[in-house]
Design a protein around this ligand. Structure first.
Ligand SMILES: O=C(O)[C@H](O)[C@@H](O)[C@H](O)[C@H](O)COP(=O)(O)O
Length: 263
């Protein structure tokens, strides 16, 4: 995991979404310039979706060679395909369906109606297999997940990330890359989630959060709380860990960690 996290604070949630969208374009363009392709892991939640909507409106989005972008998800609500509450559905509506993506490069997590025998744990296993398949095809050094260039995470008011919740089984997973989540405190109860080991294989992990209701959790996560108590604090990229916040969410961040605060 990279050195200490970098915290950037934005005036409000709208500016945060626009700024993260611009940062994402630059990150994808740089990754493609370096190796022709790019892998991005999307997050669900209102802030993550607002970033995608902002990117959809940005003229800079056309700087990305979208057919060469692989789109993954950090977690998914285990609901029927096309359900409005699925992270995939919301991402498609906010951005993806307006892009010239290669359908073979869009990797949604399983849906609850995918096949009669598929349950949330089987969906997790299938996603792990998909990650490994693409990693091997790309000759990634460790062949269980591709080289994620940027992995986006929303942060819950309990400091959860993806569908890894404090004190629940998923945050303890040290070997598998994907788990099925049962009894999620955030509805729906059944989810599929990358694990911390998979998340932390990303080159860059960006935690994006807005609103005063996140301030205590973010303060706890950035003040050294352990992963079981504050999963968000355990997320970190191999090269960079960036917290992208609005002022309301940043109220409890140790001032020494704040590298920039927009006027
Ligand atoms: O499926 C989900 O709900 C998300 O993946 C979840 O991890 C979300 O990102 C956080 O709960 C923050 O959500 P908000 O941005 O809506 O607060």
């Amino acid at each position: 995991m990279s050195a200490s996290p970098l915290v950037v604070v934005h005036r409000d949630a709208a500016l945060l979404a626009a700024s993260v969208a611009a940062r994402l374009v630059t990150r994808l363009v740089d990754a493609q310039a370096a190796r022709g392709t790019a892998h991005v892991v999307l997050t669900g939640g209102s802030v993550g979706t607002a970033v995608l909507a902002s990117l959809a409106e940005s003229p800079a989005r056309d700087a990305v060679s979208w057919p060469d972008v692989h789109v993954w998800w950090g977690d998914e609500r285990f609901l029927p395909a096309g359900h409005p509450d699925r992270n995939e559905t919301q991402a498609r509506e906010a951005l993806l369906d307006g892009l010239r993506l290669d359908p073979a490069h869009v990797h949604p997590m399983g849906a609850s109606d995918q096949a009669p025998h598929v349950d949330v744990d089987a969906a997790a296993e299938r996603y792990a297999e998909e990650l490994a398949r693409v990693a091997r095809a790309e000759g990634t050094s460790r062949d269980d997940v591709p080289a994620f260039d940027v992995l986006l995470l929303g942060v819950g008011p309990d400091a959860h990330i993806a569908s890894l919740f404090p004190e629940m089984a998923g945050i303890h997973e040290a070997d598998r890359t994907v788990v099925g989540v049962h009894g999620s405190p955030k509805p729906p109860p059944l989810r599929v989630s990358l694990t911390l080991p998979a998340i932390n294989r990303a080159e860059e992990v960006w935690l994006v959060a807005a609103g005063a209701e996140k301030a205590d959790a973010i303060g706890l996560a950035l003040s050294g709380a352990g992963p079981v108590q504050a999963p968000a604090g355990a997320a970190g990229g191999r090269r960079a860990t960036v917290w992208l916040l609005d002022r309301a969410a940043a109220q409890r961040v140790p001032p020494a960690l704040i590298r920039l605060s927009s006027p």
